[in-house]
Design a protein around this ligand. Structure first.
Ligand SMILES: NC(=O)C1=CN([C@@H]2O[C@H](COP(=O)(O)OP(=O)(O)OC[C@H]3O[C@@H](n4cnc5c(N)ncnc54)[C@H](O)[C@@H]3O)[C@@H](O)[C@H]2O)C=CC1
Ligand SMILES: O=C(O)C1=NCCCC1
Length: 312
């Protein structure tokens, strides 16, 4: 009989998963992924079931990292919520399996993993692609991803000013009231992004909200929302003028409305830059289009379990 799986709730996962541990593991696994060695990493493009009646989707994200012995899947439900809804738009659970025996070894909350690993990957993109002098950070959106991006970007980089825009100003105000350091709440996307060096888009928008004509030449954009083939956050001008990096070429081609509908060319994967096979063109305007990957959840979950095991 196999042992019962370890059960870890959101609070535990949040406590155990630190950016300092997570970032090097994500850099390493994304570099490996971009080598496309199927004896090392197997990660199909996410399967997505539409939940049409409720404007939602259920995504299943399996991954197997052979050398590390990590067999994992995340199940993530994500929704387009009406303005004013208090329900979370993204909820997830992560399962770790014993690769040899097939039993489940851990079941853990996936919301904290999703928030932290997505923000950590965006921070890796900013490390590589942001302009040498980056003084102004702008975040569009005030939800879970906006918060995790604020946390890791202000932890890793020194900005003179941080700006926030949200479609409901009171939500932006609530976000800012929770923080120690000053953040400017802006009334429009244009006001928030003009002159910004680094821009994070973390909204549930399905039409463009960020327009190339407002973006400072050389800025870096980490684009986290619009994860469906017919959803947009960025307009055609921005997509076509920027150098576009992605987490996975297959994922981007299947799921990113910003890439598919603009016809923008993907220059490289983040992992290809980490491996040194493509350059980081940080002197140009750059977009990192993030869709999320099962391997990111897998290394995060393994880290959480290792930390938990070390305490007990
Ligand atoms: N790239 C990745 O790996 C991941 C992407 N996501 C995506 O990131 C986005 C944000 O996710 P969460 O922070 O978890 O959601 P959330 O519900 O916590 O926050 C969503 C934010 O977007 C705003 N928003 C919603 N609809 C909008 C619209 N039409 N125009 C402008 N703003 C709008 C809301 O006011 C809120 O500030 C979603 O699109 C989600 O699907 C989420 C997890 C991982
Ligand atoms: O990678 C993830 O997790 C997600 N990606 C896009 C939409 C929601 C969750």
């Amino acid at each position: 009989m196999s042992e019962s799986p370890v059960l870890l709730n959101k609070h535990e996962v949040e406590r155990l998963l630190t950016y300092d541990d997570l970032i090097p593991r994500l850099e390493s696994v994304m570099g490996k992924f971009s080598k496309r060695d199927s004896s090392e990493i197997i990660q199909p493009v996410r399967s997505v079931v539409p939940i049409q009646q409720h404007s939602g989707f259920l995504g299943v994200m399996p991954a197997y990292l052979t050398a590390e012995g990590i067999l994992c899947t995340k199940m993530v439900a994500f929704y387009q919520r009406a303005e004013g809804s208090s329900l979370p738009s993204t909820q997830a659970t992560v399962l770790l399996f014993h690769p040899e025996h097939g039993n489940v070894t851990a079941i853990m909350d996936g919301e904290a993993i999703t928030a932290k690993r997505t923000a950590a990957v965006s921070a890796i993109s900013a490390k590589l692609f942001k302009p040498a002098l980056s003084e102004v950070l702008c975040i569009l959106g005030s939800g879970q991803q906006a918060r995790s991006h604020y946390d890791v970007f202000t932890k890793l980089f020194k900005f003179k000013e941080v700006r926030l825009w949200s479609r409901r100003k009171e939500m932006a105000q609530r976000f800012v009231n929770d923080l120690q350091d000053p953040v400017t709440v802006c009334s429009s996307v244009k006001e928030a992004v003009i002159g910004a060096d680094v821009i994070v888009t973390a909204t549930g928008a399905s039409q463009p909200i960020l327009f190339g004509e407002w973006v400072k030449p050389g800025a870096h954009i980490a684009a986290v929302g619009a994860c469906r083939p017919d959803w947009r956050e960025l307009d055609d001008v921005l997509m076509r003028e920027a150098v576009v990096y992605v987490d996975s070429r297959e994922g981007a081609t299947a799921e990113s409305g910003d890439i598919i509908l603009s016809g923008a060319e993907v220059f490289a994967e983040l992992g290809e830059v980490i491996n040194g096979s493509f350059p980081a063109q940080h002197e140009k305007t750059t977009v990192f289009k993030s869709l999320g990957m099962g391997i990111q959840d897998a290394v995060s979950a393994k880290l959480v379990l290792e930390k938990w095991n070390s305490e007990y």
